[in-house]
Design a protein around this ligand. Structure first.
Ligand SMILES: *[C@@H]1O[C@H](CO)[C@@H](O)[C@H](O)[C@H]1NC(C)=O
Ligand SMILES: *[C@@H]1O[C@H](CO)[C@@H](O)[C@H](O)[C@H]1NC(C)=O
Ligand SMILES: *[C@@H]1O[C@H](CO)[C@@H](O)[C@H](O)[C@H]1NC(C)=O
Ligand SMILES: *[C@@H]1O[C@H](CO)[C@@H](O)[C@H](O)[C@H]1NC(C)=O
Ligand SMILES: *[C@@H]1O[C@H](CO)[C@@H](O)[C@H](O)[C@H]1NC(C)=O
Ligand SMILES: *[C@@H]1O[C@H](CO)[C@@H](O)[C@H](O)[C@H]1NC(C)=O
Ligand SMILES: *[C@@H]1O[C@H](CO)[C@@H](O)[C@H](O)[C@H]1NC(C)=O
Ligand SMILES: *[C@@H]1O[C@H](CO)[C@@H](O)[C@H](O)[C@H]1NC(C)=O
Ligand SMILES: *[C@@H]1O[C@H](CO)[C@@H](O)[C@H](O)[C@H]1NC(C)=O
Ligand SMILES: *[C@@H]1O[C@H](CO)[C@@H](O)[C@H](O)[C@H]1NC(C)=O
Length: 503
């Protein structure tokens, strides 16, 4: 059996084997703008969009049945989230801060939904497609985050459709259930969710005006790791990796060879299912309500690691990388200049209630290397294998992104520039304690436009798009520098090329 077949066959059983109660897979049914399905039948699934209703076929058997019409004007539930104190602090600080209302969104196991922002039917159709994979350390994360809203980038650029989706994390995405151990048995449902969403987009996006032959997946942090790892499995057009790769000191590189039954048993014990790791315990766990399971995951503070299952993750990831056994699609990969700032700030704020300046920069630099080194690795092995690679370092600092002046270009701070959502944070909207709105600067707006232009150019033509707008291929042998610095003082509203670490 080839890898592809193995993955396809595991996909069909993801709803049976995972350790939860209400198993779901993404929206199915083939949608069509003509008001009828591709094979001429119209049997009821109507998706209401801003452009009017879209009608398609009924979902196939075994897939959640939707009541028609299906109102696609708001976000579906997020998957159950696992936050520790540091994660919550992170969300309350990053991008100028999320409110609790934005953090604690409606969640359930019926969470595998897809969001699509497509250009109006009056604009050019058959567009390139960007599919967003959020981060969150494989413990939390949702497409229902204001900074990940696709409206602005699709409105402000031609030839682009943006898709986002949810995938399961923590015990729901990486259950580490000993009972599931078996040869050829996928253990990491988070990965299967990502694959299911991408497959769905491939099969259906043309009915929303997207071009299935021009799909680029892009992600940040754990989302970038998933995108990186996906090239070891599957085929599509291009990849954008923002602050993450499957190598180095990352969740995926740290995948364990064995199932972590400590985490599983701790949660099972907490919900009264015992620690026997037998079929009785497993049935008991399947019977636990989502809310109780989710609460126990948070209460026990366990982390659910990626398991090397030979289906979604491999023991020889590094060897596959160095020997060129991966999909050689073009990659745009980069990091931000001070990834560590927000993590060090959080650690200090939680410990002593303030950011301590002496040592802050050094601690942050060490942390930053843990993200920038894996990105350097993934770009190096890809370039060595003949893949087209583009690389950046984001350096910009804006007042409405940062509740503390110490926070420079920190982990996640580039995301609102890519999405054009730099003005939706608490800092921007005057809902902070001071009540004074901090406006976006002209430089910020211009840099956002430039970055959107670059990301969209890459999605439109991953091979030639960036060179056509003056951004060369990453090449360590070239005489002039090839890492684009975004928001550097030499070109605060775009990119410039000069020596930075690793170039
Ligand atoms: C339409 O196509 C779908 C899948 O392509 C198939 O399952 C269904 O039976 C077809 N319906 C009709 C009426 O031919
Ligand atoms: C769809 O949802 C939107 C926003 O929640 C609402 O305004 C609208 O009335 C809904 N439409 C239907 C037909 O339910
Ligand atoms: C599955 O069980 C076998 C036999 O006990 C063990 O060798 C293997 O490491 C287990 N696999 C995982 C992923 O835990
Ligand atoms: C299993 O649970 C029992 C009873 O709660 C406890 O005494 C024992 O230490 C647990 N064993 C492990 C390995 O956690
Ligand atoms: C599941 O829960 C129901 C009601 O809470 C109970 O009757 C049933 O025995 C449970 N099943 C298992 C396998 O634990
Ligand atoms: C979680 O902990 C709280 C108190 O710390 C307790 O009341 C609650 O029962 C626990 N829930 C679960 C599912 O362990
Ligand atoms: C950085 O990575 C090293 C291993 O590569 C690890 O030991 C260390 O804890 C990491 N530091 C941080 C701050 O993540
Ligand atoms: C945010 O920026 C977008 C354009 O980028 C604009 O349409 C919107 O009105 C702005 N919102 C606020 C609150 O400034
Ligand atoms: C990299 O630069 C070297 C030296 O200029 C050049 O010979 C080579 O063709 C370049 N490689 C790519 C992929 O552009
Ligand atoms: C600044 O960046 C823009 C891209 O937004 C680019 O077109 C321009 O050439 C750059 N200017 C300099 C001086 O590098």
């Amino acid at each position: 059996m080839t890898l592809l077949q193995a993955l396809a066959s595991t996909l069909t059983i993801v709803c049976i084997v995972s350790a939860q109660q209400n198993h779901v897979i993404p929206i199915s049914g083939h949608l069509s703008q003509s008001g009828s399905s591709t094979n001429g039948s119209s049997d009821g699934l109507t998706v209401l969009t801003q452009q009017g209703p879209v009608v398609g076929t009924s979902p196939i058997v075994n897939v959640r049945q939707f009541l028609a019409p299906f109102n696609a004007s708001s976000f579906g539930d997020s998957c159950p989230q696992q936050f520790n104190d540091g994660d919550l602090e992170f969300l309350r600080l990053s991008w100028g801060g999320l409110s609790d209302e934005q953090i604690f969104v409606s969640e359930s196991e019926d969470c595998l939904n897809v969001n699509i922002w497509a250009p109006s039917i009056n604009r050019a159709q058959s567009t390139a497609v960007l599919v967003w994979i959020y981060g969150g350390a494989l413990a939390f994360g949702t497409s229902n985050t204001p900074q990940y809203n696709g409206l602005n980038i699709v409105r402000d650029n031609d030839d682009i459709t943006l898709v986002s989706f949810n995938y399961r994390t923590n015990i729901f995405g990486l259950p580490n259930a000993p009972q599931l151990n078996g040869t050829g048995q996928a253990q990491n449902f988070a990965f299967l969710d990502v694959d299911a969403a991408i497959q769905w987009v491939y099969q259906n996006i043309e009915y929303f005006g997207g071009d299935p032959e021009r799909i680029t997946i892009f992600g940040q942090s754990a989302g970038a790791e998933l995108a990186d790892a996906y090239t070891l499995l599957m085929s599509f057009t291009g990849v954008i990796e923002q602050s993450g790769s499957a190598l180095g000191n990352t969740e995926i590189a740290a995948a364990k060879l064995t199932i972590n039954d400590i985490a599983w048993n701790a949660v099972a014990s907490a919900v009264g299912c015992g620690n026997t790791t037998d079929s009785v315990q497993f049935s008991c766990m399947q019977n636990v309500s989502t809310i109780d399971l989710s609460a126990a995951v948070s209460n026990t503070s366990q982390s659910f690691n990626v398991v090397v299952d030979g289906v979604t993750t491999f023991a020889d990831t590094a060897a596959r990388a160095t020997s060129g056994r991966f999909l050689k699609v073009p990659v745009l990969a980069g990091t931000v200049a001070n990834e560590g700032d927000i993590f060090i700030a959080i650690a200090q704020l939680l410990a002593v209630g303030a950011i301590i300046q002496p040592g802050f920069d050094i601690l942050s630099s060490i942390y930053t290397m843990n993200t920038s080194c894996p990105t350097a690795e993934t770009t190096a092995f890809r370039a060595a294998a003949g893949s087209t690679v583009f690389r950046y370092e984001y350096q910009a600092i804006f007042p409405n992104m940062s509740p503390f002046p110490q926070l420079r270009a920190y982990h996640t701070s580039e995301i609102p520039l890519v999405f054009g959502t730099y003005n939706v944070s608490r800092e921007s909207l005057a809902t902070t304690q001071t009540g004074i709105p901090v406006p976006s600067t002209n430089t910020e707006i211009a840099l956002s436009k430039a970055m959107q232009r670059a990301w969209v150019a890459f999605a439109q033509d991953p091979q030639n798009g960036l060179p056509s707008i003056g951004w060369p291929v990453y090449n360590t042998s070239a005489s002039s520098p090839t890492i684009a610095t975004l928001g550097n003082y030499l070109n605060a509203t775009g990119w410039s090329f000069h020596r930075v670490g690793g170039d």
